[in-house]
Design a protein around this ligand. Structure first.
Ligand SMILES: [Cu+2]
Length: 512
């Protein structure tokens, strides 16, 4: 197979985050090399042929990341990030959500097609400290690498940054039958890409590092490991890569310009695999790639870089020859038809810093910004109105659906954007056309996934409904209730509360 090998990042170079004044470049950390942490698989509480039960606990702890003092961190069922959760399609899934933190949180299933606003776990579904909640759902969607993260307005960015993010693997028979690496922890590896700044005593300080365009740090943290090395014992390695950073884009490439095969994006396999040497991910995007180390032997190393900074070392060991080939076709994708009388939904993402907005408004928890019938496919045109020379790529995310990317400024999407996605990086001055269909009624958020932009109001919400039935009324949270709760949990007066997103409203003279 002499497939074309793409060797650029596709995105507009002037819009890379490196061009922004507030950009914090990655640096090689002055720390020893450590084995890459592989999150364990979360054990179900119970399982039958038809049902599966899990308990997911948000908790605080301490993690040995650097030599010396441990870092205060948060995680799901562990002290940092989380255990990896596996959800088989078709099974009835029951999850107990426990909050052992000292403040409220929510459990958002980024990429799962579950009903909003409560099961989805956006800001309308708080779980207060010491409390627990049960959610139940059944998945009907393609296999995908999705993730769980906190989403409490307006503190999503800070809670994710503390460590509340973990991978959720949706599996089905189709993907299990494909000749792909499937041995979790051996040849099927999650890579959660994040960055942090370590302050005195190896601690993180969100407030000190705050930037309304997204908090960054100079140290790459991969699955929570600084300077990680992974022992490769198989010829082929499947990497499930998540941009789990608050703001950083990752421009990934290997030493020797080693090419790799992208097999999946956010919400499904790609219809056809794509050969690449370079891959850019914007916040919350995922890519599954298969790397073939056939040209390497025991004792050699291969390095994964972001820009020119090494972020993971792969140490090659002896491996058995693997003659499997990735099929030329991976997934059938049926594009739903759009009724020509259905208007195109126009959405704008505008501003930078504190002035960010969605459709010229800042998010309001009790306001429904749009409606759409379930089962009806619509074109959504997402425009980033930022200046082409000095703007940012805004990653646009919709809850509760997986969309298709139809075009970028009227041209074909990038070659690795032909699968289902839930997050899409939109270049400054660009309009990306999506094909969006919801299958479940509910209230769903859509927002920029630079998380500080989301907290700062670059977010809106849509209610989906069944045609011919009365519109259900959902109990929506309000900011005062959440702010008063946060203040009480922190033992301070509401007027003394500092939360990231508040600044953005205040500086624009707006009420949250
Ligand atoms: Cu943004």
């Amino acid at each position: 197979m002499a497939a074309k090998v793409y060797n650029d990042y596709f995105f507009d170079e002037p819009a890379f985050n490196t061009h922004d004044g507030g950009y914090v470049p990655l640096e090689v950390a002055d720390a020893p090399v450590s084995p890459l942490a592989i999150p364990p698989l979360l054990k179900p509480d119970k399982q039958t042929d038809t049902d599966i039960w899990y308990t997911v606990t948000a908790q605080a702890g301490e993690t040995q990341i650097l030599p010396g003092a441990k870092t205060k961190t948060w995680g799901y069922n562990t002290s940092l990030l989380g255990q990896t959760i596996v959800y088989p399609v078709g099974k009835h899934i029951h999850v107990t959500l426990q909050n052992h933190l000292s403040e409220l949180t929510t459990f958002h299933w980024h990429g799962l097609i579950v009903s909003g606003p409560y099961v989805d776990g956006g800001c309308h579904a708080p779980v207060y400290p010491g409390e627990s909640k049960q959610i139940d759902f059944t998945l009907d969607q393609p296999a995908a690498t999705t993730w769980l993260h906190a989403h409490p307005c307006p503190s999503t960015a800070e809670q994710v940054w503390h460590g509340l993010a973990t991978m959720v693997l949706v599996t089905d028979q189709h993907i299990n039958d494909l000749p792909l690496p499937h041995n979790y922890g051996v040849d099927d590896i999650p890579l959660v890409l994040q960055d942090r700044r370590f302050h005195e005593n190896n601690q993180w300080d969100y407030h000190a590092d705050y930037d309304p365009d997204g908090v960054q740090g100079p140290t790459a943290l991969i699955n929570g490991t600084v300077n990680p090395v992974f022992d490769v014992t198989t010829q082929k390695l499947r990497l499930r890569i998540l941009d789990g950073a608050n703001r950083r884009e990752w421009r990934l490439h290997f030493s020797d310009d080693l090419s790799f095969t992208q097999i999946a994006s956010d919400s499904s396999l790609l219809p056809e695999p794509v050969q690449l040497t370079h891959l850019m991910l914007t916040c919350a995007e995922r890519a599954e790639i298969v790397v073939d180390f056939a040209g390497y032997h025991d004792g050699q190393t291969v390095t994964l870089f972001s820009d020119d900074v090494p972020i993971v070392t792969f140490k090659i060991h002896a491996f058995a020859a693997d003659n499997t080939t990735i099929p030329d076709h991976l997934l059938d994708i049926q594009r739903p038809t759009v009724d020509p009388s259905t208007p195109v939904r126009k959405i704008t993402m505008s501003g930078m810093d504190e002035s960010v907005m969605m459709d010229n408004k800042k998010f309001s928890m009790q306001r429904i910004d749009a409606t759409q019938p379930v089962g009806e496919a619509q074109y959504w045109d997402i425009t980033n109105t930022n200046d082409m020379d000095s703007g940012m790529v805004h990653p646009f995310h919709v809850h509760g659906t997986a969309f298709l990317v139809i075009s970028r400024n009227g041209h074909d999407p990038y070659p690795n954007e032909h699968g289902y996605k839930d997050t899409i990086g939109v270049n400054p001055g660009e309009t990306v056309r999506l094909l969006v269909r919801f299958d479940l009624p509910g209230v769903y958020m859509y927002h920029c996934h630079i998380i500080e932009h989301e907290d700062g109001g670059m977010m809106a919400q849509i209610q989906t409904y069944e045609k011919g039935k009365p519109m259900p009324k959902y109990k929506l949270m309000d900011m005062d209730t959440l702010m008063n709760a946060f203040a009480k949990e922190r033992g301070i007066k509401p007027e003394d509360l500092w939360m990231a997103g508040m600044d953005s409203y205040r500086k624009m003279g707006m009420k949250m």
